[in-house]
Design a protein around this ligand. Structure first.
Ligand SMILES: NC(=O)c1ccc[n+]([C@@H]2O[C@H](COP(=O)([O-])OP(=O)(O)OC[C@H]3O[C@@H](n4cnc5c(N)ncnc54)[C@H](OP(=O)(O)O)[C@@H]3O)[C@@H](O)[C@H]2O)c1
Length: 249
């Protein structure tokens, strides 16, 4: 991925990793469009950062995605990068019937949201120079966090989906790169870990992730060092140990 001169749509751009990426990529000389449900935050971002554009988008709503696609096609015809970053993460008790709604919400937002965004926006990317789809998954795609079972499962599915997407696009000579970003725990409000010593400071994560992107423009995966032991647990034969650590057992 080239690091400047892109037109980039970032879902989940109202806070945390998405907003952090938006600000860094804007500063680096890219046209950035942030998308999310919270209109008041979008208004604040565009007021504070002239040049960044915003779009109300609910990735769990197919009509909202269709509207966003029409808007972007008309207003930003140069779009060449889609960052599928929007996501939710909540604890889920599989023995509590109320957990089913939590599970369905995760599938609708994290998994189906990303798949629907990909179908909607790929036609705008194919044929563009330097076209990229970036999918933000998680280290928990590779070893689950058992208190967030469906969250972890959606991220594992997105890892799988990203691999298939990359192969199909390469096979079709579509000229669209697929990059999976694999964050470790990062201090955001995603699940209330903004002050957690166990999570990586957001600025450190952004710096390391963007450095890796810069150093490896053809990267398939961006894995910062603190995510490495989870990402590589199967390859290093440490899966059971890592699962036990993550489970706190
Ligand atoms: N922080 C971590 O430890 C960590 C670790 C691994 C992976 N990740 C992944 O990183 C991504 C960003 O998370 P974060 O940590 O930055 O958390 P965050 O600050 O809570 O950001 C989540 C973003 O997703 C958006 N979003 C949620 N549901 C949406 C929907 N239905 N439609 C559109 N946007 C929606 C939110 O915006 P609105 O509420 O305005 O819609 C918000 O901007 C997620 O995919 C998460 O799974 C985070």
């Amino acid at each position: 991925m080239k690091m400047t001169g892109n037109t980039i749509l970032i879902t989940g751009g109202t806070s945390g990793i998405g907003l952090g990426l938006a600000l860094r990529l804007h500063e680096a000389g890219n046209k950035v469009i942030v998308a999310g449900r919270r209109k008041e935050l979008l208004d604040d971002i565009t007021a504070e950062h002239p040049g960044i554009d915003a779009l109300v988008l609910d990735v769990a709503d197919p009509d909202s995605i269709a509207r966003a696609r029409e808007t972007v096609a008309a207003s930003h015809s140069g779009l060449n990068v889609l960052v599928n970053n929007a996501g939710i993460m909540l604890p889920e008790n599989l023995l509590d019937p109320a957990g089913l709604q939590v599970a369905e919400d995760h599938v609708a937002t994290n998994l189906l949201g990303t798949i629907r965004m990909t179908y909607a926006f790929l036609p705008l990317l194919v044929g563009k120079d330097d076209a990229v789809v970036v999918n933000v998954t998680s280290a928990l795609a590779f070893v689950p966090f058992p208190i967030t079972p469906t969250y972890s499962a959606t991220k594992a599915a997105l890892h799988s989906f990203s691999d298939s997407l990359r192969i199909q696009l390469t096979g079709a000579d579509a000229g669209v790169q697929v990059i999976e970003v694999v964050p470790p725990g990062v201090r955001t409000t995603l699940m209330g870990q903004q002050d957690s010593d166990q999570s990586m400071p957001l600025d450190d994560f952004l710096t390391q992730a963007l450095d890796l992107l810069r150093e490896k423009p053809d990267a398939k995966e961006i894995v910062v060092e603190p995510a490495r032991f989870i990402r590589d647990a199967v390859a290093t034969g440490t899966y059971d140990d890592v699962l036990a650590v993550i489970s706190g057992s």
